[in-house]
Design a protein around this ligand. Structure first.
Ligand SMILES: Nc1nc2c(ncn2[C@@H]2O[C@H](COP(=O)(O)OP(=O)(O)OP(=O)(O)O)[C@@H](O)[C@H]2O)c(=O)[nH]1
Length: 392
């Protein structure tokens, strides 16, 4: 089993039909960081990327897949990734620095992410680096009105790339940015036409800090984006103020789980993005049951979850958990907290039709916080929907 740091990062590039995924990928292919990378693309209806791949590649890029990743190619994507591992192990390819998967425009990214996260063997070779969603400045607004797939692509992204800004007008761009920020307040927005957009958009885009290979928790949380909705352009959250989230909440008990949420309107009104912060180490069995209950009873409503949690059995070595709907990556222990000065557990959730208060109450119930108007842990443990699966 490869250690986390040795697993090959996988980025997923999504965005609605014609939004500019291939254009972005073609730009990216010229970047030296893409040496020894594999690109898996949906050939269906694509024009013009083949010769660019050949032109850019020599032997460094392997094109293995065609067809629609979302539906017909679901099995094949797994096969394709397995083939890459096999090619590595048998020496047919020397190195594989990363994998970029371009999905078809109509795809719900969840099954694609699940292929990486949830496969028992592949998840040992690959780690999900993040999800990048391309949003078209000209058509994005209309697309979000009409297609729930497009809304979900925006909601679950780690990074958003705005294309065709030069073809739109500033007022429309401001409105669109406001809308996608409301759907996904944590994802930085990058201008695809900016000179340095190429590498920044795909590489180092989400879950892990490329330098340390540790979870980039500050970036997950993007708490500054909540405080100032206008200050979201490619904000990396590096100067994260640890107490920021707690302003106004500190009069509560320290073991209290703090939170905030974002209301969105129109299409995607039921999508919520919120974080749970918890100061005390958590009982591993309680965490296990909390996640099992959520994913078994509400998997389809949990669009995404990223978590770093300190456990009572070994509080210095937190676990990292990623989930997409009911599929979770096998949790891994870190050697240490990414930021030793901040050992709070954080769970970032993106839900659709699942109430924040419900999730918070459930977490509090399992982690021992007492309340009268809430099912207690004993009752929840007796829930027949709670199935074994995860272990820490
Ligand atoms: N001006 C401008 N045009 C762009 C930009 N991005 C993409 N385009 C154009 O938009 C059209 C569609 O871009 P593609 O990259 O093919 O879009 P796609 O998302 O791969 O499309 P599908 O694979 O059909 O879903 C092309 O004509 C591009 O040249 C951009 O940032 N600025």
């Amino acid at each position: 089993m490869a250690a986390l740091a040795d697993r090959i990062p996988v980025s997923i590039l999504t965005g609605f039909l014609g939004a500019g995924k291939s254009t972005l990928l073609n730009r990216l292919l010229k970047d030296p960081a893409m040496r020894d990378a594999a690109v898996i693309i949906n050939e269906f209806g694509e024009v013009g990327i083949d010769h660019l791949l050949v032109e850019a590649s020599g032997d460094s890029i392997v094109q293995l897949s065609d067809g629609c990743l979302c539906c017909t190619v679901r099995g094949e994507l797994v096969d394709t990734l397995a083939e890459l591992v096999d090619a590595l192990q048998t020496g047919r390819i020397k190195a594989l620095s990363r994998v970029v998967i371009e999905t078809t425009g109509l795809a719900d990214p969840a099954p694609v992410m699940q292929s990486v996260l949830g496969h028992p063997v592949l998840s040992q070779s690959f780690q999900l680096e993040g999800l990048v969603t391309v949003v078209d400045a000209v058509n994005g607004n209309a697309t979000l009105d009409s297609y729930s797939e497009a809304v979900r692509q925006v909601a679950v992204a780690d990074r958003l790339v705005l294309t065709k800004a030069s073809l739109s007008d500033p007022t429309a761009i401001t409105a669109l940015k406001g809308r996608i920020t409301a759907l996904n307040p944590r994802a930085p927005i990058v201008d695809a036409e900016a000179a340095d957009a190429g590498e920044a958009v795909i590489l180092n885009n989400g879950l892990y800090d490329p330098a340390t290979k540790l979870p980039d928790v500050a970036r997950w949380l993007q708490e500054e984006a909540h405080a100032d909705a206008h200050h979201h352009d490619d904000h990396h959250g590096q100067e994260h103020d640890h107490d920021h989230d707690h302003d106004g909440h500190h009069h509560h008990d320290h073991a209290h789980s703090h939170h905030h949420h974002d209301d969105v309107t129109r299409h995607g009104a039921s999508i919520r993005s919120f974080s749970i912060l918890h100061d005390e180490p958590v009982d591993p069995a309680a965490l296990h049951m909390f996640i099992d209950l959520l994913r078994s009873a509400h998997g389809e409503k949990m669009l995404r979850m990223k978590a770093i949690v300190g456990l009572k059995d070994d509080p210095e070595r937190p676990v990292v958990i990623h989930g997409v709907q009911s599929i979770f990556h096998p949790p891994h222990r870190l050697a240490a907290w990414p930021d030793p000065s901040d050992r709070r557990s954080r769970l970032v959730m993106i839900t659709d039709g699942l109430d924040e208060a419900y999730v918070r109450d459930l977490f509090d119930a399992f982690t021992g916080k007492v309340a009268i108007d809430r099912p207690d842990r004993q009752a929840l443990e007796n829930n027949p929907l709670s199935v074994p699966g995860l272990s820490f």
